[in-house]
Design a protein around this ligand. Sequence first.
Ligand code: KG4
Ligand code: ZN
Length: 330
Amino acid sequence: MRVLGIETSCDETAIAVVEDGRKLLSNIVSSQVDLHARYGGVVPEVASRKHLEMMMPVLETALGEAGSVIEDIDAIAVTYGPGLAGSLLVGVNAAKALAYAWEKPLIPVNHLEGHIYANWIGVETLPQLPALGLIVSGGHTDVVLMRQHGDYERLGQTVDDAAGEAFDKVARLLGLGFPGGPAVEKMARTAKHTGPQLPRAKLDGPYDFSFSGLKTKVQRIVRGEEGEVPPREELAAAFQEAVVDAVVTKAVKAAEANGVAEVLLSGGVAANLLLREALAARCPLPVRVPPISLCTDNGAMIAACAYYRAQEVGEFDPLALDVDPGLRIG
Ligand code: KG4
Ligand code: ZN
């Protein structure tokens, strides 16, 4: 089954063709990073207009690279939430139009569920369920028990900023560009000494996170309110270490307590090398991490997820689909 996956929840216009939920035939991502960099973050209006402009060229390239024409596609999958309403609308309306005009089934996909399915793409052996999904992105930090395809229980989440959001805010404090995650990671690598010890939040929920206090602490240090200001590289390293430690500690605890077979890391922050290495080193269970290109937003993860969704969705009226910007998982 060939699925065309469309993803426009934030600032990437992304379309991919995936066969049987795991074989990647094409994966085109048109990033708007340069467009938003001058504002230091994603501007929703600008994002949706760019999605409109890029939708058809990205679609044509994605089909072309897959050696397909639209007639070869068995279903159209699209992210309908969570994300920016205006951005989601562009993808959802494009998907509805394609499904309606070409009489293809339309499969709505939850972006967060999609992130987890990046772990199904191109693998030799499929992930074993139940698994622990760890979604660490710009908008979410969720610990999810995945019992079956489509059966999730959210065990923990962030009570304030998402991990990626904290990376982006700290990058701004350190005078680095947008998106902040890769910039902070790069700078941290050049640190000669361990930086200051930064706090780990203590929360009631055993698998919940909080990153805003950490960001405020970095802000106080940068402003000289905590004494001598350490080199920026050391602050970047100390911050990264604190985020990774919090995420890994809770993920390992959740995995052990819930008897899962594997841990599935995903989301933009999963591109972070320290996080990838620390989780693999500290988790006694098998850990899967998607290739870096499938960690940040892409259409392939949406198409992969849709393959497993297709059976449940059945006959779905393409014109009935609407966006759900506040959609959650579990
Ligand atoms: O999953 P994603 O592409 O979009 C959302 O669904 O949010 O994640 C984007 C987030 C941004 O906050 C970005 O700074 C972060 O992922 N990120 C990283 C790295 N690469 C991207 N954070 C830490 N280290 C990285 N290497
Ligand atoms: Zn995402």
